[in-house]
Structures are given as C-alpha cells and as structure tokens.
Design a protein around this ligand. Sequence first.
Ligand code: KPL
Length: 314
Amino acid sequence: MATRRSSKGPAAAALPRERRAHYPIAIVGPGALGLHYAARLARVMPTALVARSTARAAQLRAGVTVGARRLRPHAYGPENLPSADWVIILVKAQDSLPAARVAARMAPKGVLSLQNGLVEELLRKRLAGIRAAQGVTTEGAYRERGRIVPAGHGETLMPRGYAPLARMLRRAGFEVRIERDLAAARLRKLLVNVSINPVAALFRVPNGRVIEAPYAHFARELTDEAAAVLAAEGLRIGATQAWERVVAVARATANNRASMLQDIVAGRRTEIDFLTGALIRLAARHRIAVPTHRAFYRLIRLLEQSKSERRAAT
Ligand code: KPL
C-alpha cells in the first residue's frame, strides 16, 4: 500500500526528516502485545512501530521473531516520528502520558488505547481535540528468549467512530467488535486483570493454571471481591457470572503469561497500581472491604521491591 507522500512505500528510516513518512496505522509500544499487533498488521499494510528511544527503534529494525515469522518493523524513536491516520497505544498504563504525547505528534484521525487499567480520562485530557478512546483487547502474547509468542486468540473492542480502524484490524485477522458500552467492557477487563494477573505473577504460573487448584482459591476470592465493587460502580454482574468471565479468559489465554508475570520476571515495574490499586480505590469510595486485593497488592509491591534491590546490589 502506498503512503500519502511517497509512492515507493514508507521506507522512512532512510528518508530525510523534511519528508515525513505517512502510515495508515502506527502502534506505540513495542512490548509483546504491541509487536503481536504490529506483526499481523504489517502483513497487510505499512505499519509504523514507535519505541521509547531511537536506540530501541534501531534494535527493533534489525528484526524480531513474532510467532513463526521474522518481522523487520518500520520502527521509529520519538525524535523522528512519521504521521499516521490511526494510532494504537499499547504501552504500560504508567507510560500513558508520554505515549499520548507521541501519538498527538503523529497528527492522527484517531487514537485507540488497548492498554490495561482505566486510562481513558487521562488520554482524553492529553489528546484534547483528537478522537481518543480506550478500547479493550483480550489478545495475549509474551516474550520468551527474545522472541514473541502469540498466546490466546481474543477480541478487540472499540467504540463507534472507529470503523476504518476496525476494518484494518479485521484485514489483519483480528476479531473486532464495535462496542456500545465500552465503559462496562473496560470494567469487565479490569475484573479479569485483577483476578488473573496478581495470582499469575505471584505464583509464576500461566493463565490457564490460575483457575486450577490450588491457585483457583485465590483467583475466586479476588473475583468475588471485585464483582461486588464493580457492581457498586454500575456494572451488571453477579459473582457467578464474574467467575465465569474470568474462567473463560483464563481458558482462552491458557498458555499466555499474564503481563504482570512478564513484568516481574523481567524486573520491571508492574501495572499493579492501575489494576489492583484502581480497584482498591473504587472499593474505598463504595466502602467495600477487599482484603484479598489489599494482600495481593502488598505482595506484588514487595516482589517489585526485592527485584529492584537485588538489581541495585549486583
Ligand atoms: O490482559 C491480560 C494481561 O495479561 O494483562 C490478560 C487478558 C490476562 C491476558 O494475559
């Protein structure tokens, strides 16, 4: 597919700065899930991938294996951004603001976040004047010895007004649904994340094991507590339905390593503040006790700390 400014395709890495390359789509965030989306999209259209630094972009351009294929992405750092019609943000929740700044500089028609947590308000503020929304994805992918392993076929939800982006993703083979009640879908995703991710990260098990003994006991308690909080937030969900939802996602992504587990193993900061932390703040607002979430919050924080202390000591 041709770019708007060059009929030879967006070989932008080699283009002089003044001839900014243009893409139909750009992904901000080359983590496991970002690379999974980028790899599929790149098979059917020029796709830009934006990394946090020029050095990281250069590493990515050298190639990365995603599934059975070698991807040589059109990767950019923040200093040399192309423009793009549509931007998908797939960075960690704690990196939302810099990612939104980068997205705005690509002058897009619309920005869709597919991040975990509840970040829509924050993004909308930062992207004032640009169509922006937080959708939901239940796709799964993880990194293993430098390669990306897609693990779990999910759904990508987005609001009305995103039909051109939905068509692109469908062309790339993603299952996409235009969702009328995205606020509810985001709360359902939060339910899944707060029930699966901390258990997977603490016990270092793949998603499928989280719903089996002995881990299921903890996951079920987390789900029950979360269901009560989310119902108070207006989500129409009972405890049984909530558990069925968690079980369904854990089964659909059985071989996946939850993002929080990947962060712990890699010694990175996790999204615990934006997931369990967010749920605890909602619970406090509704005066609902969530002792199991509080315990997991502290345990994950402890794991993060001991990892960084070990790093500092070496
Ligand atoms: O969103 C996820 C995550 O790992 O963060 C799930 C849906 C649990 C898939 O692993």
